[in-house]
Design a binder for this molecule. Sequence first.
Ligand code: GDP
Ligand code: MG
Length: 181
Amino acid sequence: MSNKVIKVILLGDSAVGKSKLVERFMIDGFREQQQSTFAVNIFPYKAKIDGEDCDVEFWDTAGQERFNNVHPSYYDRAHACIFVFDDRQITYKNLEKWYNELQTYRKGIPSIVICNKIDLNMEATKTTFNFASKRELPLYYASAADGTNVVKAFTDALKLAKKCRDNPEKEFVDDVLELLN
Ligand code: GDP
Ligand code: MG
């Protein structure tokens, strides 16, 4: 991976829709799948972010999260993280665990949260989720199935990721707050 490539990772329990979200976002984009030795799917993507042509890689697990066993290389040099949960309470609860995992390997990178599968449960959109609000993380109610908010969430994540790549030592609170407002 070149130093210029923007790396975005997805974290969350098995079957919350991480792969489906990437697939949905990539539909109109350049698409090519590449298997690495760590059983990770890497999706290269060309994006125009804040007016600049950027090479992006979305990193998606190949199911190891089922065994709580995501390889440290997954986190290595990531520029942003997309946390995903769905209508199963346990997947929300486990965000804490994924968050701690991220802090262990890649502390402080900008992150967003996706509450996925709102097509199954519209009620979720009326809920404020503490996990996101107490950390001031942007929260998106989305559906990989019908596409609701997927582009919005990923586009915002890419903006944050680019800032992280360009200013690796910076704290991202201000940029996140800007997105929230
Ligand atoms: P992952 O393990 O987190 O990568 O989850 P997948 O992307 O493999 O999705 C798990 C299952 O949930 C699959 O059967 C998907 O079709 C389904 N799924 C994913 N996103 C949505 C969604 O937004 N709505 C609904 N109804 N099903 C979804
Ligand atoms: Mg998957």
